[in-house]
Ligand binder design. Structure first.
Ligand SMILES: Nc1nc2c(c(=O)[nH]1)N[C@H]1C(S)=C(S)[C@@H](COP(=O)(O)OP(=O)(O)OC[C@H]3O[C@@H](n4cnc5c(=O)[nH]c(N)nc54)[C@H](O)[C@@H]3O)O[C@H]1N2
Ligand SMILES: Nc1nc2c(c(=O)[nH]1)N[C@H]1C(S)=C(S)[C@@H](COP(=O)(O)OP(=O)(O)OC[C@H]3O[C@@H](n4cnc5c(=O)[nH]c(N)nc54)[C@H](O)[C@@H]3O)O[C@H]1N2
Ligand code: SF4
Ligand SMILES: [Mo]
Length: 719
């Protein structure tokens, strides 16, 4: 077994948390004599790392729990052809079965019948090789990843407006220095707690914080102004604010004339969204709209940050476009301490979308339909550009057509748990079951691994090297603190083994740094240019911001780019483009049968599908199961008290979970976190209506009916 690049460190290793896009720095120290069922390393603070300065949330502090042998997979599993059950196998058998399944599907149905589904938690090296594996070994168009469910709407809107998308175009620390910050649909107090220091710093320096969220979250509580629109109405809200900016003569005419295009249409669209109309759509009083405009326009600098609350909609791209319009019209963009940014979510949500696991992208943020981009990448890969496939299906469309005529028949899935996290999850589960072959690479036996024909147990963050790109575009280095247990291989080893079995001997190195060296070359000249970044530089500088070309600047290496757009935007003419957008309703609005809106999201203690955090005892104790948050007035109308079992029914199914009665939510809306499988799985209910541009599903709003469980339909029913 190969374990290249795995040098177990006797010294403590300075690395990063495995979870969210903050990528908090931490130090791992080997435990001298670990208990047999416990992890071999302990977490310490690393105050030198600039983003979190030592602070960690509970998930980061407890992340080593999943390294323990009792919790994780330590041997490959294959589905026994006789019993139909998963049984342990050796690596050769498992890899043979996995490669065989992919090859059979391609032989029977054509190349595009073998598919790949990746994840935004994978290192840049894994994401890069996964994309290369799809395009060079399988030669399939069908590769996409869970980032499509995450920040794809913000990415598309940023590309349209600025010609480039990087989560934040400035370091996180800059937000502490902006005059007015509007945070749309983000709850960092629960989703990125150590980042709250920058929000608090901003207010301590006299800045104003406006939070836009239907719920009074722990983040909203700290705001100077909290706007509570009904879920799915942010587009009208942003247009209404722009209307008032115009009406009150607060447009920065000079900025608009010098640095933007498209203002006329944007202006006309905003004028159709007068304040009383917007109040009717959103439920936000006109006075509050006026106050928000006053705060934003009075401030010398301003930022708008969006997160999933504003983005996970079938109109997510237009909604983000409308918020960017507000920045452009007020001149709060392309200047120090001003601008639009997206809080990306997963550990490598940013890098994961730059290096080729997205259906339409090649490494370096290149487009797979651009002949020059294809030629460059094909040269690095040593293949004929004509052999590279074109763009494939987006994440939900790929999952939706699994096992169908013309769909993917054999799927390699690495770093995602769609049985819990995909919209209309009962349907997705059915599609996964319809596959001829499902290969899952994971660190634990996830709900999706349970459906697999082959499960390949892979090494974890503390056992491997690789780069991650955090929400600021800062490329950082994950470092190995210990060797993986016997029986476990790295994701890079898996790709190497599969490529070899599918007839490609070269080009799939197992040492992360070697992969990175190739990634540098493949990204050179692209928008996300990493060619000037090396492991040595990241170690020395604690992260380098892309773009960082290899060309020198004044006989010094390029310093990287912490701040974008101060001189020009990345469009051909250097100007930012206003979006031409109008409000439209959600794909599903409340009606007599489904009178309430459901929105979904996160709690502090759990991460995503919960595959890792539900296996962490202290987190599981802190948040043991799903719940339905509802307003006391709604609870009274239903005759239910705190903790009473409720059924929630949408057009896609019914779930059961206890009531959590709280005046933090609007009476016309209920909220469920999505971290759990089973009868309380929020994604049984969610609507897979897609944004026409980003193909983002509408996780944040669908129509539901809520009943006391004894009065309602049976639990866990699915359609
Ligand atoms: N604890 C924890 N932290 C995480 C994660 C996790 O799973 N758990 N996941 C990471 C990832 S991948 C991501 S993407 C980020 C997500 O980070 P966030 O975007 O902060 O998280 P969410 O809870 O999905 O949504 C944020 C807020 O959107 C609000 N919201 C719902 N509907 C609407 C709407 O229509 N409009 C507006 N304006 N707001 C709405 C919700 O009430 C919620 O408070 O978190 C990252 N960090
Ligand atoms: N209703 C609702 N649904 C949502 C959302 C929402 O707000 N509401 N948010 C969406 C968003 S923003 C996201 S990002 C998705 C995320 O949802 P998922 O894609 O399911 O993300 P995770 O739960 O992080 O799944 C990662 C899986 O990969 C494994 N894993 C972790 N690291 C590695 C690794 O390095 N290699 C390998 N091979 N495996 C690894 C983990 O054990 C886990 O099983 O959920 C989406 N679903
Ligand atoms: S905020 Fe994110 S990166 Fe930091 S410790 Fe928590 S989960 Fe990890
Ligand atoms: Mo995400």
């Amino acid at each position: 077994m190969t374990l290249t690049g795995m040098t177990p460190a006797a010294q403590p290793a300075d690395t990063h948390c495995p979870y969210c896009s903050l990528q908090c720095g931490m130090r791992l120290r080997r435990v001298v004599s670990p208990p047999p069922d416990g992890p071999g390393v302990a977490v310490e603070e690393r105050p030198e790392f600039p983003v979190n300065r030592g602070a960690l949330c509970g998930k980061g502090r407890s992340a080593t729990a999943v390294l323990a042998p009792g919790v994780r997979l330590t041997a490959p599993l294959v589905r026994d052809r006789r019993t139909g059950r998963l049984r342990e196998a050796d690596w050769d058998e498992a890899l043979d079965r996995a490669a065989g399944g992919l090859a059979d599907a391609a032989a029977r149905y054509g190349r595009d019948a073998a598919g790949v589904f990746g994840g935004g938690g994978l290192t840049n090296e894994k994401a890069y090789l996964l994309g290369k594996f799809a395009r060079v070994v399988l030669r399939t168009a069908n590769i996409d990843y869970n980032g499509r469910f995450c920040m794809s709407s913000a990415a598309a809107a940023q590309r349209a407006a600025f010609g480039l998308d990087r989560g934040l175009p400035f370091p996180l620390a800059d937000i502490a220095r902006t005059g007015c910050l509007i945070l749309v649909g983000g709850n960092p107090a629960d989703t990125m707690p150590p980042a709250m220091r920058y929000f608090q710093g901003q207010q301590a320096a006299g800045g104003k914080l406006v939070v836009v969220d239907p719920r009074r979250t722990r983040t909203a509580e700290t705001a100077d102004l909290h706007l509570r629109p009904a879920p799915g109405t942010d587009l009208a809200l942003a247009l209404g604010l722009l209307h008032l900016v115009v009406a009150e003569g607060r447009v920065d005419e000079e900025f608009v004339a010098a640095r933007t295009t498209g203002w006329e249409q944007a202006h006309a669209a905003a004028m159709a969204h007068w304040p009383e109309r917007v109040e009717r759509i959103t439920g936000v009083p006109v006075a509050a709209l006026r106050r928000a405009v006053e705060l934003f326009c009075d401030a010398p600098t301003g930022m708008v940050l969006t997160a999933r609350g504003g983005e996970q909609h079938s109109k997510g791209v237009d909604t983000v476009g409308a918020w960017i319009n507000l920045c452009l019209a007020t001149g709060h963009a392309g200047r120090p301490f001003s601008g639009y940014g997206c809080l990306t979510g997963q550990g490598n949500g940013q890098g994961g979308r730059e290096h080729g696991q997205k259906a339409d992208q090649l490494p370096g943020y290149r487009s797979i339909t651009d002949p020059a981009a294809r030629a460059h990448v094909a040269r690095v890969w040593g293949v004929d550009p004509d052999t590279l496939p074109g763009p494939g299906r987006s994440a939900y469309e790929l999952l939706d057509t699994l096992g169908t005529d013309g769909g993917v028949r054999a799927l390699l899935l690495m770093g995602s748990n769609p049985v819990v996290s995909a919209p209309h999850a009962s349907h997705v589960t059915e599609r996964l079951r319809a596959l001829d072959s499902l290969v899952v690479c994971d660190v634990v036996r996830s709900e999706t691994a349970e459906l697999a024909d082959v499960v390949l147990p892979t090494a974890q963050w503390a056992e491997e090297e690789g780069t991650m790109t955090n929400l600021e575009g800062r490329v950082i280095l994950r470092r190995a603190a210990l060797a993986p247990p016997p029986g476990v291989r790295t994701d890079l080893d898996v790709l190497h083994g599969l490529a070899e079995r599918l007839g490609v001997e070269k080009g799939f190195p197992t040492a992360a740094e070697e992969v990175f060296e190739e990634l540098r070359e493949a990204s050179a000249g692209g928008q996300a240019d990493y060619s000037g970044i090396s492991y040595a530089r990241i170690r020395a500088e604690d992260g380098v911001f892309w773009p960082c070309p290899s060309a020198e600047v004044g006989r010094r290496p390029h310093p990287g780019t912490p701040r974008l757009f101060h001189d020009r935007f990345a469009t051909p003419d250097g100007r930012a483009r206003f979006a031409d957008v109008s409000h439209r309703p959600a794909a599903e609005e409340p009606d007599a049968e489904y009178p309430l809106r459901l929105t979904t999201g996160r709690v502090l203690a759990h991460y995503q599908s919960g595959a890792q955090t539900r296996r962490t005892p202290e987190l599981q104790r802190a948040a043991p199961g799903p719940f339905v948050e509802l307003h006391p007035r709604l609870a009274a109308r239903l005759g239910v008290a705190e903790g009473a079992p409720l059924t929630v029914t949408s057009r896609r199914g019914t779930v059961t979970a206890p009531a959590r009665v709280s005046d933090r939510i609007r009476p016309d809306t209920v909220f469920m976190p999505f971290h759990w499988p089973g009868p309380g799985r929020a994604n049984t209910l969610t609507n897979p209506a897609l944004d026409p541009v980003s193909r983002m599903p509408e996780f944040k709003v669908c129509a539901v009916r809520v009943e006391a469980a004894d009065a309602g339909a049976g639990a866990g029913e699915e359609r």
